[in-house]
Design a protein around this ligand. Structure first.
Ligand code: AAO
Length: 664
């Protein structure tokens, strides 16, 4: 799929952007940052979207809209000339466009032209300060709208096109005044650097009239929201001559098979009644469907692991232009975004695009885009599948709770590849070796996936490899050695260790110092076992030999008296407990069964909402969950849902912070 090149306009405006990165010939994968503020999107482009390879971001509608706390007030426009919305001002919009372009990320704006504001329960002063009443707005008045009626019959095309969606005033797009007004808005956004548009409720605009509007706007790259439903008078295929269309059937089909058998997904495409690939914008869920607005029947973030796997499938399978949904948690389907700025560290924001598996699969899609075919398909006749993308990439998806162990033909050149789905970084897990004949062995845990591609290959080191480290060196200094430097030793990936002799006393304390000159030193301000840069001195009144261990990736540390350990295995955490519905959220102490490996046997009964977390001290002060269902723990992460039944060994590696469930 070719995207319109935006370099010319943007460059002529003198914007700081690299044409090479923005003129990529194909749309690979984009994200909808639903209800994010412009300033936060700008930062996200720089910090995450650009580095992870998302080629564009769909933003919430930038026009002025009716007042009220609900998210959907954004879909009730008041003015296209006043661009102050809940997401920010016009100046902030411009700054975001510039910053995202500089990070190599395009902007697609959501455009609501069909239906205009009618909701006045929170007054008639709109987001930008303009006053209005239904059919009377700052720039439009009654004659610019169709006669007042409400869509009531999807079997009648004229009713769908000429009456108001949910009774909202319906713009008369047959009138040249209305067409010019919308076209001028699109041209204004294009001049600001916007790279494309989602045309909201396109289904409710006559195709010929929408085509005229787009022609008047000089045909910017767009995609059209047209929900296909059988038996209705207006169908997506009536619009594909204008632009690609949202393929709602895709999410329904993927969800149906992830809840059935994913082996069927081998042939997903036009033979399933879906649009041609180059006409289809695809998504697992969108902002409407996750709320049951615009139909439900698909997977959402609430399905956790299955949703994660479905997104992996979407980003691996060569069909359509995929859009990743990213929003906030809700129970009330009308609820607007959490107050304040968007913050992915705040659990109220789901931030699906930062889930490690989803983010890393964008790199897979980018690398495999030139190999637009499914090769070397394998399945177990049920819910374990694997397929390749020519000689570029290979993915294995295990939608079953049992582990998958298979040696498969990948079609890839021989070499060591990073399993990009093993952790947060693309190369955080063990290498997967493709032999000279293209075969590779995959060990994939239940409800997990593995993926390899030529853009993330290993160094080739398989034996005596250098240990990973963040710090070039590390010293401990404290009252025990008169604050001089004692060098620590790298004993495992990211793990520094040394033994120090303490003499006791309440003023005994220490700190960690990278270069031994205090320029980069670490303490522990809140005594939670995690270091902070220039944090407070670490107090310990003990005496005798103590083993100090520091993980320079997670910044977790421990100080354990030598000889006091029961098993004498190495660990980063001093203790660890399992807590969840299975034990009524009490603490089940885990045992160290190998270096860094904690284990406990848990009896699961598969009750609905069955979930658990890990807790270091048994008081929740340092607890771990999994925000993105990728089997890598995050501190204060989300509850981990599981539907397993029976006796399971639950294991945590406190160095890699991975966890697993193995049936007994
Ligand atoms: C709000 C309030 C209303 C109030 C109204 C006016 O919620 O109570 O009456 O204001 O003051 C969003 C919200 C609306 C909100 C609106 C305006 O979702 O709740 O109304 O803002 O603030 C149709 C359209 C489609 C539309 C979808 C929601 O065709 O374009 O409804 N989506 C877009 C946006 C959406 C936005 C708008 C449009 C309006 O994405 O966020 O609305 O700008 C069938 C039809 C579809 C139809 C759906 C839902 O599809 O085929 O065309 O979508 O029904 O009415 C199964 C179902 C089938 C369903 C299909 C969809 O097959 O059986 O019914 O799935 O996959």
């Amino acid at each position: 799929m070719k995207l319109t090149k935006r370099c010319l306009t943007a460059a002529s405006l003198g914007l700081a952007l690299g044409c090479a990165s923005l003129s990529a010939s194909a749309g690979t994968a984009f994200v909808h940052l639903f209800e994010w503020k412009w300033n936060d999107i700008a930062t996200e482009c720089e910090v995450n979207l650009g580095p992870k390879g998302f080629d564009a971001v769909q933003i919430s509608p930038p026009h002025e809209h009716t007042a009220g706390p609900y998210w959907w007030t954004r879909y009730q426009p008041v003015s296209f000339t006043n661009l102050t919305s809940r997401s920010g001002t016009e100046a902030e919009l411009q700054s975001m466009i510039n910053r995202c372009h500089a990070a190599g990320v395009k902007i697609y704006a959501d455009v609501v032209m069909n239906n205009w504001a009618s909701y006045q329960d929170h007054g008639n002063i709109a987001s930008g300060g303009d006053s209005w009443s239904p059919r009377n707005y700052p720039d439009l008045s009654s004659q610019d709208f169709h006669n007042d009626c409400t869509i009531s019959n999807y079997g009648d095309a004229n009713n769908v096109w000429d009456c108001g969606l949910y009774g909202m005033p319906d713009l008369h797009t047959g009138r040249s005044n209305s067409q010019d007004y919308v076209a001028n808005y699109l041209k204004k956004l294009t001049a600001m650097g916007v790279d494309g548009f989602r045309i909201d409720a396109a289904k409710h605009i006559r195709p010929s009239e929408l085509d005229t509007v787009m022609a008047k706007a000089n045909r910017p790259w767009s995609f059209l929201e047209v929900i296909g439903a059988s038996g209705e008078a207006v169908q997506p295929t009536q619009y594909t001559y204008i632009a690609p269309v949202t393929e709602f059937g895709y999410g329904t089909a993927v969800a149906g098979n992830f809840n059935g058998q994913i082996k069927n997904l081998k042939t997903l495409g036009t033979s399933w009644g879906l649009l041609p690939s180059d006409k289809a914008i695809v998504f697992i869920d969108n902002h409407d469907r996750e709320r049951g607005h615009g139909g439900g029947g698909n997977l959402t973030y609430k399905e956790g692991v299955k949703y994660n796997l479905a997104n992996i499938y979407m980003l691996a399978f060569p069909y359509g232009y995929p859009k990743v949904m990213s929003g906030y948690k809700f129970t009330d389907t009308d609820a607007g975004p959490p107050a304040g700025n968007t913050n992915c560290d705040n659990a109220q924001w789901v931030c699906q695009h930062r889930w490690a598996n989803i983010a890393n699969m964008v790199g897979f899609r980018n690398f495999t885009v030139g190999a637009w075919s499914v090769n070397n398909w394998w399945d177990n006749g049920n819910n374990q599948i694997a397929f390749g993308r020519g000689d570029k990439g290979f993915v294995v998806i295990n939608n079953e709770s049992g582990a998958l162990q298979q040696t498969l033909q990948t079609g890839l050149p021989a070499g060591d590849y990073c399993n990009i789905l093993a952790g947060a970084a693309e190369c955080s897990g063990p290498m997967i070796t493709v032999a000279a004949n293209g075969m590779a062995t995959f060990n994939v845990a239940g409800n997990a996936a593995a993926a390899i591609h030529g853009g993330a290959k290993g160094t080739g080191c398989t034996t005596n490899c250098p240990l990973a480290k963040v710090f070039p060196q590390l010293n401990v200094r404290g009252t025990f050695n008169g604050w001089s430097n004692k060098a620590m030793t790298l004993v495992a990936n990211n793990t520094w260790e040394t033994t120090i002799t303490l003499t006791g006393g309440s003023s005994q304390r220490l700190k960690l110092d990278v270069y031994g000159d205090w320029s980069q030193n670490y303490g522990d301000t809140n005594s939670d076992g995690i270091l902070e840069r220039t944090g407070a001195d670490i107090y310990n009144a003990g005496s005798g030999d103590y083993k100090l261990t520091v993980n320079d990736q997670t910044l977790a540390y421990s100080l354990v008296k030598v000889g006091q350990c029961t098993t004498c295995y190495t660990s980063v955490l001093p203790t660890l407990s399992f807590r969840g519905t299975a034990n009524g959220w009490s603490t089940s102490a885990m045992s160290l069964v190998a270096n860094n490996t904690w284990e406990v046997t848990v009896s699961f009964d598969g009750q609905s909402n069955q979930r658990f977390k890990f807790d270091v001290k048994g008081d929740w002060s340092q607890n771990y969950g999994d925000n993105n269902a990728d089997f890598v723990l995050e501190q204060t992460g989300a509850d981990i849902f599981t539907n397993v039944i029976g006796s399971y060994k639950v294991r945590v590696n406190d160095q890699s912070m991975t966890y697993s469930l193995t049936a007994q």
